[in-house]
Write a protein that binds this ligand. Sequence first.
Ligand code: NI
Length: 179
Amino acid sequence: MALLKIARMGHPVLLQRAEPVEDPGAPEVRRLVADMVETMLDAPGIGLAGSQVHVPLRLFVFHLPSDRNDGTSLPPMAVINPTCEVVGDEQTLRWEGCLSIPGLRAAVPRSVRIRYSGVDCDGQPVGGEVDGLHANVVQHEYDHLDGILYPMRVTDFRHFGFNEEMSRFPPGPVQEAAS
Ligand code: NI
């Protein structure tokens, strides 16, 4: 396994629409996923998309640590060739960061509930109807596959800043989250 170099905002690979993974069971895909998980955990982050490691394919990895997810955790998993759709009209503001935009965070409008699907490296279906941090992370990572970075979704730039400053001067009440 290896730590991969993470592209930062400004690199054109982050703006590309990623291509489908032809064979999710291919050994090189499994190797890529393992490296992405290692890179994500090392960073540390809770989600990482292919484009962020200079591989513009439609896949991402994520995990849900219990301390950020109401006491329940989800181990690192891969979602390959995902679909993602909104369920209902309810939106919320969630704090997000991104490994490609280090040091910053913003309150981003997101759908509360989504339904997503994809396969893992064994070709097994993954996904479901989810809310909370799970829905937040999947929307953030899915956006990466379409070349969308979270600042493009920010509607109130007063809630966009450096982590260090915002920790010293906590902004208004938006829900805690991050990717
Ligand atoms: Ni990101």
